[in-house]
Design a protein around this ligand. Structure first.
Ligand SMILES: Nc1nc2c(ncn2[C@@H]2O[C@H](COP(=O)(O)OP(=O)(O)O)[C@@H](O)[C@H]2O)c(=O)[nH]1
Ligand SMILES: [Mg+2]
Length: 446
């Protein structure tokens, strides 16, 4: 289903660089490129050096032209790429000349949308493209590259095949026989259902646990006032981001910053000290500290080694007790002073001083993140994918009991629903609106 109009966009970032790429896609792409270059022909997939001319035949640049003849291009349409000299002016002039010659400016994500509509990529790849462009860490790139290569597509296709197999058998039984499913087929279906439930469940669980791989894992620093939370944040960031003082209640709001640890990007959150405050604003700050705990993947819980444990520390300990499902690192700070905190009251505390060396803590965080990153578990990268898998899993669970009671129509209905949801991940049956929203979020020129 080839589009009528030809679109054009500057594919490279808007700024000064050695080259810029202007990309044309659509039925007139070649014609427009020949007009601008005054060439008779362009050989597909061959780089051709050419002078470019404007509509008044004035020379505007010298560029490398590459023609991709349909269907062997990213969009599946004719594409011509101009590799022109870098800079804002040149690429904009070429863009305007392409428009004068009949192209229209592309909408955000329109190249990818055309690639999707022409079956060149499925939605998992489209999402991976959008995200890999914005990725800010090596972890994110590695994860997204796997999806780009089609890992999720084949995962989805395998499950679809199994569901289709079940549907085929049950439909035949419903149509032609009064009898129940033959018992060996029934057993085979149950085995397949169990395997799918396990696969989907593991994927959802792993995706939740590894959510931070793209945006950055959240690490919250908590503790009572004055234990050195803001000092730790500043030390991790290597600059004075938060105000540090001996006055309890100095940090009233949560402060969030991104920092790289090893190959990982983390979002580190400094919080207001937890205590029974009477000040209204401080109270709100403490509420936000508790929210930060909820949101965090890793919690660094600070105590002051120069004082004995008190009621405020107990309060902090009771909070981490409620969040045992998260990674919790307990740190006895201010260990450069006289050590009076009873270590045995904490679980494997790290003894350190933010005034001196925090490397042992950094290594520990890196170890945790490494363990979470180096795994080949299937990971979903968007809420859209997570929702689709959850719905698939729901309908597969729903299919189980009618199978046991021989109500094959109900079984078939739920498998049909599951099929539709799982298919949505790669190629929805029809959902124009969803496609517009999705591709609209792409950056220009993609
Ligand atoms: N001696 C010593 N003082 C520290 C250490 N860490 C923080 N402090 C001091 O403790 C006070 C409170 O620090 P701050 O980071 O504002 O604590 P917060 O309220 O937990 O954010 C400041 O005067 C810091 O200089 C440390 O490791 N050793
Ligand atoms: Mg503070």
């Amino acid at each position: 289903m080839l589009e009528e109009d030809t679109i054009v966009a500057i594919a490279t970032a808007n700024g000064i660089g050695s080259i810029s790429i202007v990309r044309l896609s659509g039925p007139s792409a070649l014609k427009i490129a020949l007009q601008l270059s005054k060439k008779k022909e362009l050989k597909p997939r061959l780089a051709t050096l050419a002078s470019l001319y404007n509509s008044k035949s004035e020379i505007i640049d010298e560029a490398l032209l590459i023609y991709f003849k349909n269907p062997y291009s990213f969009t599946g349409e004719d594409i011509v790429e101009f590799q022109c000299h870098g800079g804002i002016a040149i690429s904009n002039i070429i863009l305007s000349e392409c428009m004068l010659a009949g192209a229209r400016i592309a909408n955000p994500g329109e190249f990818s949308k055309r690639a999707f509509l022409n079956n060149k990529i499925d939605l998992t790849k489209a999402e991976a493209i959008a995200k890999i462009i914005e990725a800010r860490s090596e972890d994110a790139v590695k994860l997204l590259a796997r999806q780009l290569k089609g890992e999720l597509s084949s995962f989805v296709n395998d499950i679809r095949e199994d569901l289709l197999f079940m549907l085929a058998y049950t439909e035949v039984t419903i149509d032609y026989a009064e009898e129940d499913l033959p018992s060996d087929i029934l057993e085979q279906i149950k085995t397949k259902l169990d395997a799918i439930i396990l696969k989907l469940g593991n994927t959802l669980e792993a995706s939740k646990r590894r959510e931070g791989l793209i945006e950055g894992f959240k690490v919250a620093i908590i503790g009572k006032p004055n234990v050195g939370k803001s000092s730790l944040l500043n030390k991790l960031l290597n600059f004075d981001r938060a105000i540090i003082s001996t006055i309890a209640g100095t940090t009233r709001d949560t402060i969030e910053e991104s920092v790289k640890i090893g190959t990982h990007l983390i979002k580190i959150v400094d919080t207001a000290g937890i205590r029974d405050a009477s000040d209204e604003i401080e109270k709100i700050g403490i509420e936000k500290s508790l929210e930060a705990v909820e949101d965090a993947d890793i919690i660094i819980c600070l105590f002051d080694n120069s004082h004995a444990k008190d009621d405020e520390d107990d309060k902090v300990l009771s909070i981490i007790e409620e969040h045992k499902n998260k990674k919790i690192l307990t740190v006895l700070n201010k260990s450069d002073l006289k050590n009076v905190f009873d270590k045995t009251l904490l679980h494997e505390p790290l003894t350190l001083s933010t005034k001196e060396d925090i490397n042992p803590l950094i290594s520990l965080i890196e170890e945790i993140l490494d363990a979470n990153t180096h795994s080949d578990e299937m990971t979903l990268i968007s809420k859209r994918q997570v929702d689709a898998v959850s719905q698939t899993l729901y309908h597969i669970h729903e299919a189980y009991s009618p199978l046991n009671t021989g109500e094959l129509e109900f079984f078939a209905y739920n498998i049909q629903e599951a099929l539709e949801y799982i298919s949505n991940i790669t190629r929805p049956y029809d959902n124009e609106q969803m496609l517009d929203v999705m591709f609209g979020a792409f950056c220009l020129g993609k």
